[in-house]
Design a binder for this molecule. Structure first.
Ligand code: F6R
Length: 600
């Protein structure tokens, strides 16, 4: 979702901002813009579409060493050049970029800005117009900026420049992510460290309701009361090559292929010196103290949570509920006496999940965040964090984060079982190592997956995924992958549920992808396949070695029966990838979607 960059220093800023915005493209956006300031004043360039389109309208002869940039994912007002950021105050003195949603913008407009002619349909414009109004009323720019912030309700990450002062970028944050990066003779602002790794790896986190005065030599963090806050920088442990595609045509394919490596890295990161998988004893204690675990997540992370429930209940014998964050937030179920909350979020920034975390923190319940991004909002605000160690996930469609989430949940389940004295008849290190090897074999089966995608999905308008038990959860994920990148209407169903309504949709040739990796439901899911075939469906059965029959289209080498989601999802990810490719879709940046969903 929207991304912000800013630079103040000595180099020409245009290319730094544009390159930074390119690194934020993965978050999803529909328009982009930059504003740079030099002795002639502000130069503003905005365009609907891609950064490449913005590059075409940036005047290459303008040179400046202070500027801000933005990628916009429309919430208030259609995607258009006018609604693209940066936005300017009526006189053009102040120029601002914003990520988030200002919930009370209409009230503020009515109360303070009746006489101002607004140019855009955005909620953002109200911020920059308010700053100008308060400056016109006699406040200093810093006071006006602070006063504006105190009036805003909602979420914001903001960077603002003043045409009358080339020495400062005004920055603020509440709920939306924003970092300040430190350099020698320059400083930067970014929604994500990746955007500014080109110039620095030293970053300072900002907390909610903080503002920062950023100059080329210094940064001053203040609370909205004006108190100065000291905070040490951290080193962003990202390798620039982690965020490059290399020889891959798409990030999604690269990230699918990285899954075996991620499995091995997770084993290594969670192993103690004796080779035993281990979790922070304080986390284990919290799990043991709980009478019920509530997993909260969205989208793919929710699907990983469903698998995690099976693992924790079967191995650690603790009841688990899994909830979609956006529902839980407004419809909280009756909680157990000693609940423990686990938030699963690749980005650690998802606003829906964060809204629940704020609620459960207020209720005094302990929370663990499972995330790929150290220092992310959900990580900071929970009591404990378990990291995925999956490396940056850039493609909008989540792949390696999903399997990493399941692996970390498996480790948590086994470590809890051990702490409870429950004997398990397998060694998870060995089982995950087998998973990694099988993933490798599946990644090598690209040709076969490409064939399946061409044969079943080249022209269809819909596709069903059916499975039972844990296969059902993987079907939900397979369907989500397919629909988000190929735009084929795809749904995952519990095999037994189809006949209660959905089977009415099966027509001649309707593709039905069935997963059959679970022995105890193998006959039942095959019965469900027969039911759809009798109504004309074109079935594609993907089964597990040992359970296969002649009719199966693809057989996955066997892994531990509880860990099958880690491998059965790989063919589904690849099928979705090739289906999207055949249909000419933008695999890494599907329409309407954002990688980091920072608005509720
Ligand atoms: C789908 C996908 C989304 C995310 C969801 C939650 O491929 O990526 O469904 O899983 O938006 O995001 P995180 O995990 O960052 O909280």
């Amino acid at each position: 979702m929207c991304g912000i960059v800013g630079y103040i220093g000595y180099q020409d800023v245009k290319e730094i901002l544009l390159r930074g915005l390119e690194k934020l493209e993965y978050r999803g956006y529909d328009s982009a813009g930059i504003a740079v300031l030099n002795d002639e004043g502000i130069h503003l360039f905005k365009e609907k579409g891609r950064i490449a389109d913005l590059r075409n309208v940036v005047d290459p002869t303008v040179s400046a060493s202070i500027g801000i940039g933005h990628t916009r994912w429309a919430t208030h007002g259609a995607p258009s050049r006018v609604n693209a950021h940066p936005h300017q105050s009526a006189s053009g003195r102040f120029t601002l970029v914003h990520n988030g949603v200002i919930e009370n913008y209409a009230i503020l407009k009515r109360e303070y800005l009746q006489d101002v002619a607004f140019r855009s349909d955005t909620d953002t414009e109200v911020i920059v117009q308010l700053v100008e109004k308060f400056v016109n009323d006699g406040l200093s720019v810093e006071e006006a900026f602070r006063k504006t912030l105190t009036l805003l309700k909602g979420s914001y990450a903001i960077a603002m420049i003043d045409a009358e002062n080339q020495e400062v970028i005004y920055v603020a944050k509440n709920k939306s992510p924003l970092l300040v990066g430190l350099g020698h003779g320059f400083n930067v602002v970014a929604s994500d460290a990746m955007a500014m790794l080109q110039v620095t790896n030293q970053f300072v986190e900002l907390m909610d309701k903080e503002m920062v005065i950023v100059t080329s030599e210094d940064i001053t963090i203040k609370t909205l009361n004006g108190d100065i806050v000291q905070r040490a920088p951290y080193t962003a442990e990202l390798d620039a090559s982690d965020i490059e595609k290399g020889t891959y045509p798409h990030y999604m394919l690269k990230e699918i292929d990285e899954q075996p490596f991620v499995m091995r890295r997770i084993i290594q990161k969670y192993q103690d010196e004796n080779g035993q998988l281990t979790i922070d004893p304080q986390i284990i204690q919290e799990v043991l103290n709980a009478d019920r675990i509530y997993i909260i997540a969205c989208g793919t992370s929710y699907h990983a949570g469903l698998v995690g429930k099976q693992l924790i209940e079967k191995w650690a014998k603790i009841p688990v509920e899994v909830h979609v964050a956006s529902e839980f937030s407004y419809n909280m179920p009756l909680l157990s006496e000693k609940p423990l909350f686990i938030y699963i979020s690749q980005s650690g920034e998802t606003a829906d999940s964060r809204a629940v975390l704020v609620q459960t923190n207020n209720l005094g319940y302990k929370a663990i965040t499972i995330t790929n991004v150290p220092g992310s909002t959900l990580s900071r605000e929970a009591d404990y964090t378990l990291l995925l160690h999956a490396g940056p996930e850039i493609a909008v469609a989540s792949t390696k984060a999903y399997t990493a989430q399941i692996a970390v949940l498996a480790i948590l389940a086994v470590a809890t079982a051990k702490a409870k004295g429950i004997e398990l008849d397998f060694d998870l290190v060995k089982e995950l190592a087998i998973v990694a090897n099988v993933m490798e074999m599946l990644c090598d089966a690209k040709e076969e997956m490409e064939k399946i995608a061409r044969e079943y999905l080249a022209v269809t308008r819909n596709c069903f995924f059916i499975g039972r038990a844990v296969d059902y959860y993987v079907c939900l994920e397979g369907a989500l992958k397919l629909k988000e990148i190929s735009y084929i209407q795809a749904e995952g169903f519990a095999g037994g549920e189809l006949k209660h309504g959905t089977i009415a949709l099966i027509e001649d040739g309707t593709p039905v992808i069935a997963l059959a990796t679970q022995e105890h439901v193998n006959l039942s899911i095959r019965g469900n396949v027969k039911e759809v075939v009798a109504r004309g469906a074109n079935p594609c059965i993907i089964s597990m070695r040992g359970l296969e029959t002649e009719e199966d289209r693809f057989v996955i080498p066997a892994v531990h029966p509880m860990l099958t989601p880690l491998v059965s999802v790989v063919p589904l990810q690849l099928i979705a990838y090739y289906a999207a490719l055949h249909r000419g879709c933008d695999v890494d940046k599907p329409r309407n979607l954002a990688k980091s969903v920072t608005v509720e």
